[in-house]
Structure formats: structure tokens, C-alpha cells
Design a protein around this ligand. Structure first.
Ligand SMILES: C[S@@+](CC[C@H](N)C(=O)[O-])C[C@H]1O[C@@H](n2cnc3c(N)ncnc32)[C@H](O)[C@@H]1O
Length: 550
């Protein structure tokens, strides 16, 4: 019964061209940008104007008004927008409910708009029943993406946001696709695997992405409602290879291992104080960053050898301890107390993207919960956050990406913790392939001694450019920098020898021959020059500037 309704909904949404680009076409880029700031007035005005111009409601506009802007629409308009599913079907799926007239937070049509001609609801066109309003019970937004497998578009259901509710979110709110979701989905390594786990699936977005490269995906959450919405989203978008399981952290997958673990966990650090709201979607209910630590420690015993976990996280800097030394400790002793056998230390590549002071962190997350600055509540919560941070001597909070790997071979062990604030490179299909290529390059060079590296022929990656600065009138550059166009958009300063070596890496000569020629040219000792250059060459390979042969 439900599946038949979902089939009808899918057919209706497709026929209505309910897509990201169609909505931008309806209301324009400025309204899109305003919506990202949680402001719907520009989009609403554009839809009102369109309706007046056309003399009727466009199906995609009706759906957008209801499911994106969170405003009611008339029964007749919805019946026209969802001709197969119908209003009764939409109600049965829990998408809409009758709007009590006095509760209406907005209007379905601008004043003076013509009565709809397309009503097929009970009572027929133009009747009071057809004009009765329906309000949304969920958000249902089109979502589009490009990944290594190509372009795709889905529809994603989630709980109503602040706009539609007209108040702060509830503590059990199921979030739609947000900024952090996009960050993580853009990091996913697209390599074909047998099994993947999405821990804390929410609306299911990461599991759906994982289902493009994994034969079988398990998606977990502590929220029954999240799992229901995620299962609905998978079915609506015709994704059959996800299994949904209820439970906390790794409980639902005890004893199982996965090739790819993905998690955008509820990493927000929240005081465990009476009267401080605890939102399921962002707060794991533990003290400080203990939830992120639990995910990291649990990953080791749930990854297959060589398997990779990719997470987002927050981590605390304590006055007497750098966050990276705390992270190192999580990685070195990854066994959960209940682990049946000791797991090896994890390989890790952790990239910190930003740090915030306790005050800024508190302000960010109190506002995110819908409490406005300048109110007594805001000040009370602010105090609770600062008390909580002070209790653990927290000086800063870091945010970033974690890539963990259950080591397949001891000689390719990786432990790389780095701070990379600022813009990434240009990666239209996400950065996952770059991460995979860097890992593969690391493994290759880690297994090579210097003599083998010297026998390797390298090429310069196609996204790499060199910038040179000269003092006026001078022939030799004073500053040379290598820039990476994609990936992390890294820049590396070059000295004369390294610049010359990189310039000669066209796949013809091996590294040793280039160093030898340079030593002669620069009148330097070949051994000394090799000892100086080879570590830099390893670094440039590991960061994707120089490519070893395939
Ligand atoms: C930040 S949301 C991420 C949702 C989605 N994966 C995404 O990327 O947009 C975190 C999710 O973790 C769930 N969650 C909270 N505590 C959890 C726990 N202890 N174990 C598993 N999931 C949990 C929440 O219900 C929520 O759906």
C-alpha cells in the first residue's frame, strides 16, 4: 500500500519537474541565496507573481510553496500538482494535513489571484472544499549533486524547519541536508566496496550516497523517526541496497565489519546541564567531545583490514593539551572496553579546518538552536556553555575531517594530523578521489626506500601551476610557489633546486637522473642534494602535486 503511494509520489514529482534547477528557475538565484539564510520572502514573492502571470498555479511552484517554503496551499492546487497520488494519498503518506484556518501562517495565493481551474479535490473546482488549505507536515526538497559516478538528483524528506514551524526546532528534530552533510558527502571516497555503514544516518543522505559505491549499506540512528524518514527517502529515490537499524553508536552492528564507515555524528559539544536543550541531530548526549572519541575508538573493530572510516568531528583543546595529542591518543588505543580482541592502532589523516574560541562556539550553537541573542535565555545558555568549557579547561574547539583506516600493512602506516584552514581547491565532483589518490600515493612511497624513489619517473599533476615573483630588474625569481588547482588547493614554496626538479618531471627521466643533472648544474654534491630533495619529493607525491607511474 505504502509502496504504491511512494511510486505515485515519485511519478508526480518527476512529472512536475520538481528539481533544484526548476526551483531556481521559478524564483531566481537571489531568492535561492535568501533561502540559504533561512529567509523565504523573496521566493514567496516570486511564486505569487508567477501565479498572477500564469493565472494558475504551476505544479512545481505548488510543491515548492508547500514543501520548501513551508506555506499552505489549497487542496485543489495540491490535487493538480500530485495527480496520481492525490490529496488523500499525500495525507496517507503523512506529507500534509488540513490547515485550521486560524492557524494559517501564510496565504496560499496572493490577493486577487484567480480561482484555480484545476481542482480535483472533493467537491470539485471552485468549491469551498477545493479552496481549503493544506499545511506541510514535512519538508520535501529536491537535491542535486555531482560525484565520481556522475550527476544525480533526489528528493529528500526531513522534519519541518524553523521557517515552517515559526519557532525553534524540537529536540527530536530530524535534519535535512545541511552544510555539514554536504561537506561529508563531498569527502566520500568513491571506491567500489562490498559493505558500508552510515552511523547516525538522519534523513539518510550519506547512506544514499554510499549506496552508489557500496553493494550493501547499513544505516543506523537512535531516532526511530530519522530511520523512518531515511527509509522513505531511499524508497522514494529507488535506492534498494540500504538496511536501516535502530540503536546507539556501534550497538546495531556489534560483531560486524565494513569496508567503508561514514559518519556525520552529533558532534556538537553541549553542557550536560538541566535546562540546556539537547538536540538529537547534533548532540550525542556525552560530555565534551566524548561522542566523537567513541566513534573513533569504535571504528577500529568495525573496519575490515584496509577499510576506511570518514567522519566529521569537533575536538577540544585543553589548556595543558593540544587537541592533536588527544586525537593521537584516541587512535593509539582504539579498543572499546568491550572489544573481544585488541585492534591495531588506526592509520589516520585528520584535517582540522577551523578552530573557535569557547565564546564563539557557544554563540554559534545557541543561535543554531533558535535562541536569539539579547534574550535572557540566550545569556543563561551562554553561561552554561562557558561553565562547561571552564570545567575541562577548554581553550579552543577544533572542527575537521577524519579519515581513519584499519591498516592493511605495517609498512604503509599513516599518521597525518594537519591544520588546513581556508578554501579548498576546485573539486566539482567532490574531493573523495583526491583523498583516495593521496592515500594510494602515500602507500606507494612509504613502501619505497630512497634508492627506489630515485629510480621512479614522475609527472606533474595537470592541476598544478607555478607562480614566480621577481624583484624589478632581476633575472632570477625571489619567490617561487607551486599551486594545486584541485584537492586541498595547497601551495608549496620552492627553492631553485626543487623548482628545477619539478619542472623536469615529465615522465622521461627518473628522479635520480634529474637530481644528478641538477647537482652538476648547481655545482652541488649529488648525495647532499638528493638528501635535501627526496623528502620534499615524497611530500609532493603525498599531496598529489607529483604523480608516480600508474
Ligand atoms: C548531524 S546528524 C547527521 C545526519 C546525516 N547523516 C547527515 O549527514 O546529514 C546526526 C545523526 O546522529 C543521530 N544520533 C544521535 N546520537 C546518536 C547515537 N548515539 N548513535 C547513533 N546515532 C545517533 C541523530 O539522531 C542524527 O540523525
Amino acid at each position: 500500500m505504502t509502496s504504491a503511494l511512494v511510486d505515485q509520489l515519485r511519478a508526480d514529482l518527476g512529472a512536475a519537474h520538481y528539481s533544484v534547477s526548476a526551483l531556481t528557475g521559478l524564483w531566481g538565484r537571489e531568492a535561492d541565496a535568501a533561502l540559504r539564510r533561512n529567509q523565504r520572502v523573496p521566493a514567496q514573492r516570486a511564486l505569487d507573481a508567477l501565479r498572477v502571470r500564469l493565472g494558475r498555479a504551476e505544479s512545481s511552484a505548488t510543491l515548492a510553496q508547500l514543501f520548501v517554503l513551508g506555506l499552505p496551499v489549497s487542496r485543489a492546487d495540491l490535487a493538480a500538482a500530485l495527480p496520481r497520488l492525490g490529496v488523500v494519498g499525500a495525507q496517507a503518506l503523512g506529507l500534509v494535513a488540513d490547515e485550521a484556518p486560524a492557524d494559517a501562517p501564510g496565504t496560499a495565493a496572493p490577493a486577487g489571484a484567480p480561482a484555480t481551474e484545476t481542482g480535483t479535490g472533493p467537491g470539485g473546482p471552485g468549491t469551498p472544499e477545493a479552496a481549503a488549505l493544506l499545511r506541510p507536515l514535512i519538508e520535501l526538497r529536491p537535491y542535486s549533486f555531482v560525484d565520481e559516478h556522475g550527476a544525480g538528483s533526489w528528493w529528500i524528506a526531513s522534519d519541518l524547519g524553523e521557517l515552517a514551524l515559526g519557532r525553534a526546532l524540537g529536540e527530536t528534530h530530524v535534519l535535512g541536508v545541511g552544510g555539514a552533510s554536504l561537506t561529508l558527502s563531498g569527502l566520500l571516497i568513491p571506491a567500489r566496496v562490498a559493505t558500508a555503514l552510515d552511523l547516525g544516518t538522519g534523513c539518510g543522505i550519506q547512506a544514499m550516497h554510499a549506496a552508489r559505491h557500496a553493494d550493501r549499506v547499513v544505516a543506523t540512528d537512535i531516532s526511530v523517526r530519522a530511520l523512518e524518514l531515511a527509509a522513505f527517502n531511499a524508497e522514494l529515490n529507488g535506492i534498494p541496497n540500504i538496511e536501516f537499524r535502530l540503536g546507539s553508536l556501534f550497538e546495531p552492528v556489534a560483531g560486524e565489519r565494513f569496508d567503508h564507515i561514514i559518519s556525520n555524528p552529533p558532534f556538537v559539544i553541549t553542557p550536560r546541564t538541566e535546562g540546556v536543550p539537547s538536540y538529537e541531530y547534533r548532540d550525542g548526549g556525552m560530555v565534551g567531545d566524548a561522542l566523537v572519541e567513541a566513534v573513533v575508538r569504535g571504528a577500529a573493530e568495525h573496519l575490515t583490514p584496509g577499510g576506511i572510516a570518514q567522519l566529521l568531528g569537533n575536538w577540544e583543546y585543553r589548556t595543558d593539551q593540544d587537541a592533536f595529542s588527544r586525537l593521537d591518543h584516541w587512535l593509539d588505543s582504539p579498543d572499546a572496553p568491550a572489544a573481544p580482541a585488541p585492534a591495531p592502532a588506526l592509520d589516520a589523516w585528520i584535517i582540522e579546518r577551523e578552530v573557535q574560541s569557547p565564546a564563539l562556539y557557544a554563540e554559534t550553537w545557541i543561535r543554531d538552536g533558535g535562541t536569539r541573542p539579547g534574550t535572557a535565555d540566550f545569556d543563561r545558555l551562554y553561561g552554561a556553555w562557558l561553565d562547561d568549557f571552564e570545567a575541562r579547561d577548554v581553550s579552543q574547539v577544533g572542527f575537521g575531517y577524519m579519515l581513519l583506516r584499519r591498516p592493511a600493512r605495517a609498512e604503509t602506516a599513516l599518521r597525518r594530523l594537519e591544520r588546513l584552514p581556508g578554501a579548498l581547491g576546485h573539486n566539482p565532483a567532490g574531493i573523495g578521489s583526491h583523498l583516495a589518490a593521496c592515500l594510494a600515493a602515500h602507500d606507494k612511497t612509504a613502501a619505497m626506500d630512497d634508492a627506489r624513489l630515485a629510480r621512479t619517473r614522475l609527472t606533474v599533476a595537470s592541476d598544478v601551476t607555478e607562480e614566480r615573483h621577481y624583484w624589478p630588474g632581476q633575472e632570477d625569481p625571489t619567490l617561487m610557489t607551486l599551486h594545486q588547482g584541485g584537492g586541498f588547493g595547497r601551495s608549496v614554496s620552492l627553492d631553485t633546486a626543487l623548482a628545477a626538479l619539478v619542472g623536469a618531471c615529465d615522465g622521461d627521466l627518473d628522479v635520480g637522473s634529474i637530481v644528478s643533472a641538477l647537482a652538476e648544474l648547481l655545482d652541488a654534491d649529488e648525495g647532499d642534494l638528493a638528501a635535501e630533495l627526496l623528502p620534499s619529493v615524497r611530500g609532493l607525491i603525498g599531496d598529489g602535486f607529483l604523480l608516480p607511474p600508474a
